[in-house]
Design a protein around this ligand. Sequence first.
Ligand SMILES: Cc1cc2nc3c(=O)[nH]c(=O)nc-3n(C[C@H](O)[C@H](O)[C@H](O)COP(=O)(O)OP(=O)(O)OC[C@H]3O[C@@H](n4cnc5c(N)ncnc54)[C@H](O)[C@@H]3O)c2cc1C
Ligand code: SF4
Length: 488
Amino acid sequence: MGKITGFMEYERKVDPYAPVEERLKNYKEFTKPLSEKAMKEQGARCMDCGIPFCHSGCPLGNLIPDFNDAVYRGKWDKAAEILHATNNFPEFTGRLCPAPCEEACVLGINEDPVSIENIEKHIAETAFAKGWVVATPPETRTGKKVAVVGSGPAGLAAAQQLNRAGHLVTVFERDEKPGGLLRYGIPDFKMEKHVIDRRLEILEEEGIEFRCGVHVGKDVAATDLQSDYDAILLCGGATVRRPLPIPGADLDGVVQAMDFLGQNNRRVDGIPFKGKELSAKGKNVIVIGGGDTGSDCIGTSFRQGAKSVSNFEILGKPPAGRPEDQPWPFWPMRLRTSSSHKEGAERYFSISTKEFKGDGDGKLTGLVTVEVEWEKVPGQRPKLVELKGTEKEWPCDLALLALGFTGSEMSIADQLGLELDPRTNIKASVSDYQTNVPGVFAAGDQRRGQSLIVWAISEGRQAAHHVDSYLMGSSELPLKGEGDLPRI
Ligand SMILES: Cc1cc2nc3c(=O)[nH]c(=O)nc-3n(C[C@H](O)[C@H](O)[C@H](O)COP(=O)(O)OP(=O)(O)OC[C@H]3O[C@@H](n4cnc5c(N)ncnc54)[C@H](O)[C@@H]3O)c2cc1C
Ligand code: SF4
């Protein structure tokens, strides 16, 4: 284990943030890395518990106490090997994961948990800086061809695993560049895009082919992929956006969050974008929806020069601490405050938007809300009740709809005759990730619905194992938590 008394000697620390005034000047990441000495101390806080609950908290089954110990001992190469054994892209999760492992950390029962996510980022960055992350193409090829549709974290993880098994992998991506929501959803201030590019270079060097600007189901029929490839893995994400069908929703100034974020990420990257220019500059912005997407809209609006930014959430304000009915080591629904929230947004909970108001010329000028309560009905979902007399009108020139996603797009499913689950995701069981059509598999948000990067990587790895088994009769690709060959 790390240092036996480490958890008593050292306090939890994570990379500090640059001050708000400084970080709002650009779209760059704004964390200032802790020193190596400080990181070793953070690794030393791990107690190497008999039953490491953090393992089961992590959807990848990352071998957390092992890499913490290696960091404490300054064996960064060993730490990188351990980490990459279960996680293809720790540089993504080390920056962006909400770290369910930390909620399951035993130290977290009565102290601050080990700063696992931050340690992960430092290991990944050290590995890249030292040149340890290199392409390791397979020694032999199987002659089998696999088409992966979608290049988000699920598609990329699956592609790397399938390529390692020796299959020829082509990744189809309709966007200009690979990365999925990592590139065209999540803003650069959370993860600069060169972090994706350096990983893509390695994947290409390993032999994975990327075909960007190809929309499967439109530019290429999904049935053509069936004839040209031995297996298809669908990792197209949960891309259908939830609308807000209230009066005034078609006014100029009511914008889907993904249009706003996707455009800004393209602007930062210096690549042309389609559609009308969207900007928060000088505007009263209201972001409707309190999740990750909403938070990213807040940070982007501030960087664009918004006059004010408010954030509405229809659910009630969660408690600051762990609720009693969500005990350790489970993921608790408690108040989370992102770096973007801290940049000056006003947050409102238990509030529902009823109507958008215009200037008579089609332009948004405000919106009307009502306060709500969630009534508990035994045996049923809580019921939304509007509180009489609480209507309020707010000035607003830009309303960003960050209401989540309702499931998978249908074109490929229709062309291949795929079954859907009740939430309009592609139906495929976690036992083998196979759809109702033999040889067609699904993983990531397109299978499980909108979720997290860590789950997408985990599903991509699991699905790759099952695709490999389908093609070869068995597979040596690791399943969750098993780790694979110690390659980086
Ligand atoms: C704004 C935003 C912020 C987020 N922030 C976080 C965060 O901080 N931490 C976190 O853990 N999670 C976050 N998430 C969730 C996370 O990004 C997703 O769960 C994850 O990216 C899903 O990965 P995926 O590979 O399944 O799909 P995606 O990342 O959605 O990738 C799917 C890809 O498939 C492509 N595609 C779809 N259909 C086709 C087709 N027919 N032909 C060709 N290509 C196709 C799409 O263009 C896309 O590139 C965020 C989500 C959003 C929207
Ligand atoms: S991937 Fe996420 S859950 Fe897993 S160890 Fe890293 S931070 Fe924790």
